[in-house]
Design a protein around this ligand. Structure first.
Ligand SMILES: Nc1ncnc2c1ncn2[C@@H]1O[C@H](COP(=O)(O)OP(=O)(O)OP(=O)(O)O)[C@@H](O)[C@H]1O
Ligand SMILES: [Mg+2]
Length: 293
């Protein structure tokens, strides 16, 4: 599709909070046209890493570049450079309308200054009309145009997540960071979000997405990086990451080697084999390790 230019390059990013190292020497790149996933157990440092990328935190060590330029650790400068994000805990202006929330997201891209706005001169009116038009286009794209004048707080949860994405897109980013975009969504909403992320990528916006929903991640991502206790454990295609025993172990929280569970496994296998020879019915196996998210 496009040539592979590096959009985001984080090198050796470390974030310490007092004695706690939440992110340790993490390198990550996102190239144009890519959807990259960032996964890891709760508390692994995923959101902290996002905060380091977007200037919310000043990393203790390391460097973050966007399209070859080192980013200043100030959120508004990062946004105007071209990185937009959504938050794990939705941050909308609850008492503003859907349209107004998107307009707020656009303000980094409007040149009209404070005086122009206060005096409501012709320049401002023209800019306002253009902004409204662009915001409505975005709401159309995201599927919320029919609710443009609803208050954000009256939207169902899934639509609030969508609105956050629309607001992020309003700053016309080259890279979009999504922190758990499907949290709290039902399966249909999650599927729709998957399509939406593909559609955003097709607009030429690179994406880095944090999610706990593995099916969502593995369907969507060209590449997946796994953070465990602040460190990047594995990075690769969905196939490579899914097949990596260390990733499974990190999620299940059980060691793979040393195998105190070996005897148990052998017992279950023996029981399965026995019941398979005595009965045609599916044996009821011990699946207690299979229900982890
Ligand atoms: N501002 C902070 N001050 C101190 N410790 C923090 C701060 N922010 C995060 N941490 C700690 O850093 C670690 C990583 O947290 P983080 O929120 O980045 O994890 P996460 O991978 O996003 O987890 P989750 O999947 O639950 O969202 C945790 O131990 C957390 O308590
Ligand atoms: Mg998080």
């Amino acid at each position: 599709m496009t040539t592979n230019t590096t959009v985001l390059e984080a090198s050796d990013v470390t974030m310490r909070f007092g004695g706690l190292t939440a992110v340790r020497s993490v390198d990550l790149t996102v190239n144009s046209g890519e959807i990259v996933g960032l996964i890891g157990p709760n508390g692994a440092g995923k959101t902290t890493f996002f905060n380091c990328l977007t200037g919310l935190y000043v990393p203790t060590e390391g460097k973050v570049s966007y399209k070859g330029t080192v980013l200043p650790p100030k959120p508004h400068l990062v946004t105007s450079a071209g990185i937009a994000r959504t938050f794990q805990n939705i941050r909308l202006f609850a008492n503003m309308t859907v349209l107004e929330n998107v307009l707020v997201g656009r303000h980094t891209r409007t040149k009209e200054g404070l005086w122009s706005a206060l005096l409501r001169g012709p320049g401002f009116k023209k800019a306002e009309a253009t902004s409204n038009e662009k915001a409505m286009e975005l709401l159309e794209f995201i599927g919320l145009a029919h609710k443009a004048d609803h208050l954000a707080r009256n939207l169902p949860y899934g639509e609030q997540r969508k609105l956050e994405i629309a607001r992020a897109l309003a700053s016309e980013p080259g890279l979009l960071l999504l922190d758990e975009p499907t949290a709290g969504m039902n399966p249909q909403e999650t599927r729709a979000t998957e399509e939406l992320v593909f559609a955003i990528r097709d607009k030429g916006i690179a994406i880095l997405v944090i999610e706990h929903d593995m099916r969502f991640i593995f369907n969507l991502c060209d590449r997946v990086a796994v953070l465990v206790q602040g460190e990047k454990l594995v990075e690769g295609t969905s196939e490579v990451v899914q097949a990596d025993e260390r990733v499974v172990a990190a999620y299940l929280g059980t060691p793979f080697e040393g195998a105190p569970g070996d005897e148990e496994v052998a017992e279950v296998e023996a029981a399965e084999a026995a019941s398979a020879t005595t009965s045609k019915e599916a044996p009821s196996t011990n699946t207690r390790t299979e229900d982890g998210q």
